[in-house]
Ligand binder design. Structure first.
Ligand code: DC
Length: 220
């Protein structure tokens, strides 16, 4: 039986890496919802829109965005490969800003629910347990200290050739944590039915194994 696995948590807790490994082990598909908010922010920026122009951005999503989230992790928007372009610090903050807008959330949540409707998805984000997949069989709230997350993000960025110092990344993480958990619409918070995992002192494999155990229990 294919389940749905919902993983929420702050930026840099390892959600994407862990979801990718789980997807491979379980032969499920990873849906990175953060990449969807990032793609909206990137496309809006390209069109010269400000991140608070809600009506124009919602119209853009509905009428002018052909977004393909490929299973190999590449993201193609209107024929352009934007996989790396959406990962800059600037786009992180723009995505956090655009994700505050109710209309944007409504449009993206509907797309995410449609994609995951048949099961077999690992969906990661901020509002997955509460809003996108309230009936997901496995729910995880993945955290780590801001310092650990900044260190990991720096290593990832260096691998991808994205510039920025540790201090800049830490400041960005703290700012986004605050913004993502204090916004009016679907703030990041742990639901009662989610299992909390603090990955600060855990390896990626340990986190994956813990989630695999929860999946196995549900599959019994
Ligand atoms: O996971 P990420 O860092 O790629 O997400 C980028 C931003 O998008 C993040 O700051 C908050 C927002 N986001 C959201 O509001 N809801 C989601 N389900 C996923 C991301």
């Amino acid at each position: 039986m294919k389940l749905n696995i919902a993983i929420d948590g702050p930026s840099g807790a390892g959600k994407s890496t862990i979801s990718d490994i789980l997807a491979e082990r379980l032969e499920y598909v990873h849906l990175d919802t953060g990449a969807m908010y990032r793609s909206v922010a990137y496309t809006a920026t390209q069109k010269g829109l400000q991140m608070d122009e809600e009506d124009k951005i919602v119209k853009m999503i509905e009428e002018e965005m052909d977004l393909k989230m490929n299973s190999d992790g590449t993201i193609i928007c209107n024929g352009e490969d934007i996989s790396n372009k959406i990962r800059t610090n600037e786009m992180s903050m723009a995505a956090s800003n655009v994700s505050k807008l109710k209309g944007v959330r409504t449009a993206l949540v509907a797309m995410q629910q449609k994609i995951a409707s048949e099961g077999g998805y690992i969906v990661d984000g901020r509002d997955i347990c509460e809003v996108v997949l309230p009936n997901a069989e496995v729910k995880i709230f993945l955290t780590a200290s801001a310092e650990d997350r900044a260190r990991r993000r720096l290593a990832q960025n260096q691998e991808k050739g994205i510039s920025g110092t540790y201090e800049e990344i830490l400041e960005d993480i703290k700012k986004r944590d605050y913004q993502d958990s204090h916004r009016e619409n679907s703030p990041l918070r742990q639901t009662e039915d989610a299992v909390a995992i603090d990955s600060s002192n855990m390896s990626i494999v340990e986190v994956v194994d813990e989630i695999m155990k929860l999946v196995a229990e549900k599959q019994k």
